[in-house]
Every structure is written in structure tokens, then in C-alpha cells.
Design a protein around this ligand. Sequence first.
Ligand SMILES: Cc1cc2nc3c(=O)[nH]c(=O)nc-3n(C[C@H](O)[C@H](O)[C@H](O)COP(=O)(O)OP(=O)(O)OC[C@H]3O[C@@H](n4cnc5c(N)ncnc54)[C@H](O)[C@@H]3O)c2cc1C
Length: 452
Amino acid sequence: MLNVPLLARHASSSSARAGSSCDIVVVGGGLVGNTIAASIGLNSLLRDKKVVVVDSAKSKPTLRSNPSTYSNRVSAVSPASVQLFKDLGVWSRLEKYRVKRVNKLHVIESSSHAEITFDRPGSAEVAHIVENDAIVGVLADVLSTLPNVTHRIASKVQSCQLPETTSELASVTLEDGETLSAQLVIGADGANSMVRESTAICTTGWSYSQSAVVATLRVSADELNDTAWQRFSSHGPIALLPLSSDLSSLVWTTSPEEATRLCALNKDAFVDELNEALFTSSHQDQSVNQALFTVNSILSFLRSPIRPSSIPPHILSLETDNRASFPLGLSHSQSYVAPRVALLGDAAHRIHPLAGQGVNMGWRDVGILTQILEKTHKSGADIGSVSSLRQYDSVAQRYNVPTMVAIDWLNRLYSTQSTPIVLARSLGLSTFNSILPLKDLLVHSLSQQPKL
Ligand SMILES: Cc1cc2nc3c(=O)[nH]c(=O)nc-3n(C[C@H](O)[C@H](O)[C@H](O)COP(=O)(O)OP(=O)(O)OC[C@H]3O[C@@H](n4cnc5c(N)ncnc54)[C@H](O)[C@@H]3O)c2cc1C
């Protein structure tokens, strides 16, 4: 029987090279991989663990405090994720780059006047919009200061050799032929995870036959531009995420064919079509609006007066032509763990971006896995053993599965234009909007990191 902890400790005293060992290999240094590496590397109890992060990205994103253009890939970072970054001491570094605070989220739809507003009591924010490159780059900078973490960029894992039991170490082989063995392989290598594929873990999933068109927009918003907007249309939701007082990031969900067409339009035609999609009333169902008016009148009698309908900012132009489109799908690993393997982020679960929860779920995985690794290490057990990793699996799934189901249903609910369904969802949305404690409960639940 191998004495794995001893073997790994001995081998980890030298930096990783051909045929070398470490304690933990993180495959994928994206939004989630770099965060778990920082979370382990900075943790006082796990500091003696040697971590190697292997990322196939060609280079580390360049960090400039005032670059001339915004990236088209941004994330709405939830308050719970901000707290994680604050705990890691990373948030103050991120704030030096461009972080836009969002105080409100307005959700409206094209088939009726139903709407819902999310905000948080006091001066708390709903989310922060941050460029993905800034998050990955700041985390990479943090990793470079940690003596126990080796961060390898432009290095691709070609294959994983995963044992069926923990009597052996796991190993990964890089494209250049080098092999790294470890007590634990963390798969943070995205939706097409090679680590997941190397296990016997099954996934459930489907394509939405939808694509998201992203771009950076110049908008005519109020002074602060601190409200995020989402308008549901028959093709899918259109989201405007504030970046500055006059710029917003677009996530326009539509059919793959439409996405290709929209990306090929000239800039002015694209902006015209976007304004049309955001403001048109041609799909409004008047019978639903009449019913909504009656219900809103009753609700306003019970609570507060009816407010005039909210209107998103007008789109002035494409800031730079950074339009791109991404296919959307759902996938979920039936288990997030196997002997010597833990899957995190999109490698474990991929969802529709309509609620801006995908990577936030990944960061929640980070918080949970770190706590489990701490606990296992304190007890002197093997950090790659399935019995301890199973706790990560069950806690993470308990949080992730309901979120995934809710988001999938929301997408389905808003994909139909049949009057009874539009009526039911519009009345439901309006009623939910007036029940403040219920709304506060939902917002509160999204702003908490689970503590075990
Ligand atoms: C249009 C759009 C908008 C979105 N907006 C939001 C939002 O506002 N909020 C939110 O929470 N989520 C959002 N998401 C979801 C979010 O982008 C993903 O959940 C997130 O990128 C997942 O991060 P990850 O690190 O798990 O995977 P990835 O971002 O896919 O990173 C995987 C990393 O692994 C590396 N890699 C892959 N294979 C290998 C290998 N074999 N060897 C070494 N390295 C490898 C890659 O180079 C990459 O760096 C959005 C998604 C889309 C498509």
C-alpha cells in the first residue's frame, strides 16, 4: 500500500518538472481555476500543499487600469462572490481596475408590461460588473506571489491517468510529454472538460439552440448608469450590463442563425435592430396587459402606487466592433468527484447566462471545496479520498441543482408566447414584484457564501 501523503510531501519539495509530483494539480487557469488555486495557496491551513495550475491559454491577460477598450466578456459578480474575493484579499486589487457597481436589476418583457425590480436594502449592491480578463489577470498576479503555487500558462494537459482507488496517485500528462502526479486533480477546465472526460462521470445536458451575441455599447443612460436591464423576447433575453456612466455590455440571446446575421450586419444596422428589439411594443398582448392592469391596481392599493413602466437606456452606437457570439447549452455532471478528482465551475455545471449565475456557482464551488480540503487536512486524511470529496459533491450539488433547474425553467417559460402562459407568468412576476419579503429572500440567498 502506498503512503501517498508522505510520497507527495517528499516530491513536492522540488518544483514541478518531468515526472515530478505535487499535492494538487489544477487543470484550467480561468475564472474558477485561478480562484481555487488562490484560495488554497492563501489558506493558512493548506499552505504546505504544493499546487500546480496548468492553463492552455496562450498568455496571461494584460492588466491596464485604463485600457482604451472594454473586453466583450464580462461577468456580473454576485455579492457572495465579492465576499469570497474580499476574504482572499483579491477584491481591493480588482477595484484598481474597472469594476462597475450595479444597484438595481430591472427585468421586463416584450409580450406584456410585467416587470420586476431587484435591489438590496440599504446601500448594498445587486452585483458588480467586471471584465473576465481583469479577474483572471489579477488572480494570476496573486498566484505569482505564492511560494506554494506554480502557475503554468500556455501549457496544455493532454491526458489524465486517474486511479480507480486512492491506493495510487493521479497523474496528468502535458502536451510536451511532462508528467505531473498528485494526490488531487482539480478539473476547472471548462465545459468541455478533459478531466471530466477522463473519469467515468456521466453528464446530463442539452443545447438550447440559442447563441449569445456580446458587444460593448455606448448608451444614453441616466448619469450613473447603475441599473442592469434584461428584456425577455421570444428569441431569448437581451441583457444590458453597465460598465461606466455611458457604456454597457450586451448579452443578446437569440437563435444561432440570427446571431450569425446580427454579427455580420454593419454597425449602424446592428444598433437599429437592437433598439427595435429593446423597445418594440409590436409583440405586446393587450388582453394580458388589461388583466395585469387590474391586478396591479389591486396590488398597488395594498402596497405602493403603480410606478410608470421602466425603460432601458437607448443604444447610441457600438463602442468598438467587438461583437462575438457563443453557443448556449446546459450540462451537469451527475457527480463532481471521483477518486483523486474534483470538478469545479463549468467542468461540473454549465448554465444559460440569463441570470448571470454560471461563474458565481463556480466560485461557490471554490468556497465549499476549500472548506472540505481544510477539514480533511486537519483530520490527517488523504485530500484525494472520495469519502471526504463526497462532502464537497453533496454540498455543492445541494446549492447548484435548484439554481440550474430554476434558470432552465425560466428560459423555457419565457420562450413561449401563448397567451395563457404569458398571462400566468406576467401576473406571477407582478405579484412576486410586490411581495418584498419574498424578493428580499431571493436576493439574500444569492448574496451568501455557504458555511459548512
Ligand atoms: C455570453 C456569456 C455571458 C456570461 N455572463 C455571466 C455572468 O454575468 N455571470 C456569471 O456568473 N456567469 C456568466 N457566464 C458564465 C461564465 O462565463 C462561465 O461560467 C465561466 O467562464 C466558467 O469559468 P471556468 O473557469 O469554469 O471555465 P472557463 O472559463 O471555460 O475556463 C477554463 C480554462 O481551462 C483552460 N483549459 C481548458 N482545457 C485545458 C487543458 N486541457 N489543459 C489546460 N488548460 C485547459 C482554458 O484555457 C481556460 O482558461 C456567461 C457565459 C456566457 C457564454
